[in-house]
Design a protein around this ligand. Structure first.
Ligand code: AMP
Ligand code: MG
Length: 361
């Protein structure tokens, strides 16, 4: 084994351990599970009441195939081809790529552009990666990139499954929705194989099918945004609380996931406000969305992060089947009333750090 392979293997093992405890609870039932690195993160799929790991081959193949089409950082992805042809010509794409873009545009519309899949020029300008010292772009460059962000300038041709970006320089970036879409696709594959109980964990985007085979719910830890540096392989004590769910999908967006520290000492995170061109400052530190469809959960967690607590609660009041747990910058944890039976805040450990309430949206 080369030194590089060794380092990657050790890294994978550590991250696997961390992922394994995100979804915890002991069980004696039969389990088939597989963990792999894809989508730039650790993916674990667990089937309960099953021991045939061969069932997991196709889901992982599908994850890689979709990543190949949707990953903006690979030059031959369909998304990169659409971006390269911006202002020049429509590009014919696969049904999957067409469908994610169509759904992404619906959420862009629904959010009035707080969520915008044409955010690419701003994402590329800011280059926000893992915590490190970063360069803050000039305001002139930010304004120029911002002017290229506009989901209304994406033309879809259903008959030809083609996509056209009207202005040269426009760029799609599906970072806020692709994992959600892929989670729903994996769920469909498992359902078509008559799987009744499973957990799909795409680096923290969790999709559940039917709870455990013994009819018990799956216990999913909700991250504590202030406790990211702890070695989570040592204990389960780093969560804000837990959700007990059977069938839903659980997706979190937070400002600690990726950020750079500017020369001013301030952290600049990766969820951008298309109106200002700067990282969103809505008063939220983290938001976790619980709903039935993973594409929706992913789009909404990003949208809610940009819009802030009050506007998100207004949305939840008007839309059935969406629940959320918010963490604000002033250390409030707020869970929507619909999660009363599902969410437990770790008040014993975190009661003095955060105030916690259930709220009727
Ligand atoms: P998420 O972690 O799902 O909230 O997605 C964040 C990622 O989506 C970022 O790393 C960007 O690639 C992209 N992104 C950032 N801001 C936005 C936005 N306002 N609308 C849509 N995508 C965004
Ligand atoms: Mg998202």
């Amino acid at each position: 084994m080369s030194r590089k392979t060794k380092i990657i293997t050790i890294f994978l093992l550590v991250v696997c351990l961390m992922t394994a405890i995100l979804i915890f609870g002991c069980t004696n039932e039969k389990v088939a599970t597989r963990t792999d690195f894809a989508l730039d993160t650790v993916i674990t799929i667990t089937l309960y009441g099953q021991s045939d790991e061969g069932l997991l081959k196709e889901p992982f193949e599908e994850i890689r195939a979709l990543d190949k089409k949707l990953n903006v950082y690979s030059a031959d992805s369909e998304i990169s081809k659409i971006n390269a042809a911006a202002g020049i010509a429509p590009v014919q794409v696969s049904q999957d790529t067409f469908d994610v873009i169509r759904e992404g545009l619906l959420y862009s519309q629904e959010s009035d552009g707080a969520f915008d899949i044409t955010i690419g020029p701003l994402v590329d300008l800011w280059q926000i990666g893992t915590p490190k010292e970063g360069v803050i772009p000039s305001d002139t460059d930010i304004q120029a990139a911002k002017a290229l962000v506009n989901y209304k300038k994406v033309q879809l041709n259903e008959g030809e499954t083609s996509v056209y970006l009207e202005d040269s320089g426009m760029k799609l970036n599906l970072g806020a929705i692709a994992k959600g879409y892929i989670g729903d696709k994996v769920k469909d594959i498992l359902l078509s194989k008559k799987i009744k109980n499973a957990v799909i964990n795409l680096g923290g985007n969790v999709v559940l099918i039917g709870g455990k085979a013994n009819k018990e719910p799956v216990v999913v830890g909700v991250e504590d945004p202030e406790n990211q540096s702890q070695d989570r392989s040592q204990s389960n004590d780093s969560f804000l609380g837990v959700l007990k769910e059977m069938d839903n999908t659980i997706v979190t967006s937070g400002d600690y996931e990726r950020y750079i520290i500017g020369p001013d000492g301030k952290a600049y995170h990766h969820i951008l406000n298309p109106v200002t061109g700067y990282p969103a400052e809505s008063g939220l530190h983290q938001v976790t969305v619980v709903t039935s469809e993973s594409t929706r959960a992913d789009a909404l967690s990003t949208t809610f992060f940009v819009k802030g607590l009050d506007k998100s609660l207004e949305y939840i009041a008007k839309n059935e089947g969406v629940e959320a747990v918010f963490v604000t910058n002033d250390d409030r944890v707020v869970a929507t009333e619909g999660l009363n039976d599902q969410f437990t805040f770790d008040s014993a450990r975190l009661g003095s750090q955060y105030s916690f309430d259930f709220i009727i949206p």
